[in-house]
Design a protein around this ligand. Structure first.
Ligand code: CA
Length: 219
């Protein structure tokens, strides 16, 4: 899953970047509202973590802009503990949830998972499909009841596919979920991870749709 982190405070931004990457997300970090607008118009994100007090354009303007363009990804706003009016205004302007600064990091990660779950049209916290279960909170995976260990990259490929059975994702779309701007991309990486996933989870779980991409079939 690819996240846009919009945060002008260097220390907070670096901490969040490290935290989110360690949790397996591809993350692009921008430090002002104009950069956020540019990123949102040039890249597809699964979620935006948006600070409201920003240079150049504030977070409310960024939020109104993206909802005005009919961009529907979840937006999690970050506000100060005493900024009640700002939180209300943000939610009413199209944000989906808020987190308070300073961040409780475990809570932040849980809210991100909850929003991604809802965005995929799901309420249940564990995915179960064709004998495979995956738990985004604990990263536990089982196949036919047996625990399976996935690499962080294999996880990043599997999660968006299994979250929406039947939907085809192209190789490029999967790469976008794997890599942020500054990451090196090797050309056949997605194929390598798909190959690894099929070996671990069964050959039928991920189908190749010729010339289009990959999907997890509907049951
Ligand atoms: Ca700020």
């Amino acid at each position: 899953m690819r996240l846009l982190l919009v945060e002008d405070d260097m220390m907070i931004g670096e901490q969040l970047l490290e935290l989110l990457r360690a949790d397996g997300y591809a993350v692009d970090w921008v430090r002002d509202g104009e950069m956020a607008d540019t990123a949102l118009q040039s890249q597809t994100y699964d979620l935006v973590l948006l600070d409201l007090g920003l240079p150049k354009r504030d977070g409310m303007q960024v939020l109104q802009g993206l909802r005005g363009r009919k961009q529907t990804m979840p937006v999690l706003i970050a506000t100060a503990r005493d900024a009640l009016a700002q939180r209300v205004a943000g939610l009413d302007a199209g944000a989906d949830d808020y987190v308070l600064k300073p961040f409780e990091l475990d809570e932040l990660l849980a809210r991100i998972r909850a929003l991604l779950r809802r965005a995929a049209g799901r309420a249940e916290p564990v995915y179960e499909h064709m004998g495979v279960t995956i738990n985004p909170a604990t990263r536990e995976v089982t196949a036919q009841g047996q625990p399976v260990t996935l690499s962080a990259r294999e996880w990043a490929v599997l999660e968006p596919l299994i979250a929406r059975p039947g939907m085809v994702l192209s190789r490029q779309q999967l790469e976008e979920k794997l890599y942020g701007w500054k990451d090196e991309i090797s050309s056949n990486a997605v194929e390598v991870y798909i190959h690894g996933l099929r070996k671990k989870l069964g050959a039928e779980l991920i189908q190749n749709v010729r010339g289009v991409g990959y999907r997890v079939p509907k049951e």
